[in-house]
Design a protein around this ligand. Structure first.
Ligand SMILES: N[C@@H](CCC(=O)N[C@@H](CS)C(=O)NCC(=O)O)C(=O)O
Length: 217
């Protein structure tokens, strides 16, 4: 049986986007099931497939993997090109991935991922601004170092790009100033056919979840 990736509402579910994009870029076959947020039976549906009560979840026969990074690591065992080939480079990639997975809480809370939002006005706390400055530093350093090998953070697409994909959407959703290097990395995503597919799906979805809306249109 083909694997199934259970996702949250595509307009909002940043954690779902990450393994979805990694699997698409690695051309690993899967079917997807979206469980919409904030419906009367949302929790029940998620708990039926996910021990943590959260999405994303990757289900393949008896195997369930219920965390975005754990799913990405599993996908990389099927498709090792999802991590950089060189051991030291791979360690750096894992560092930025871990930093994203465990950090940037202020930015994540104040700039919720919202595909349909465009250049909304937002007042950011100092902590969120520091998160954005750190992201600029990571992207600038990596793009400077690996640009000869391709357009992604480590040249070729890797899990690091999957982990930062929701940030790219946030930078379009909210009116924040970004450097030319950041803008060119954002453009790389919007030219990517797999990423475009997620954007299209999310934009066609009409479900509005008020608690996940941030900023002023
Ligand atoms: N650390 C988890 C976080 C997963 C998470 O927080 N998922 C959110 C959606 S993006 C969720 O399932 N929320 C349940 C809900 O809002 O009902 C991961 O990396 O997968």
């Amino acid at each position: 049986m083909t694997a199934t990736l259970y996702l949250g509402t595509k307009n909002y579910s940043s954690w779902s986007l990450r393994p979805w994009l990694a699997a698409k870029k690695a051309q690993i076959a899967f079917q997807e099931v979206v469980i919409d947020f904030d419906q009367p039976n949302t929790k029940q549906h998620i708990l039926a497939v996910s021990p943590s009560g959260k999405v994303p979840v990757w289900v393949h026969d008896d195997l369930k993997i219920w965390d975005s990074l754990a799913i990405c690591e599993y996908l990389a065992e099927l498709a090792p090109q999802l991590w950089p080939e060189d051991q030291a480079t791979r360690a750096i990639a894992r560092s930025v991935v871990a930093e994203m997975h465990s950090g940037f809480v202020a930015m994540r809370n104040e700039m919720g991922m919202n595909v349909r939002a465009k250049q909304r006005t937002i007042a950011l706390s100092d902590a969120a601004q520091q998160d954005l400055a750190r992201i600029e530093q990571i992207w600038t350093e990596l793009r400077g170092q690996y640009q000869a090998n391709g357009e992604w953070l480590f040249g070729k697409f890797s899990i690091a790009d999957a982990m930062f994909a929701p940030v790219v959407i946030r930078l379009r959703a909210y009116a924040v100033n970004i450097s030319p290097i950041m803008q060119s990395y954002v453009n790389t995503f919007y030219h990517d056919p797999d990423f475009q597919q997620w954007i299209k799906d999310a934009e066609q979805d009409t479900l509005v979840v008020p608690r996940l809306e941030c900023g002023q249109a």
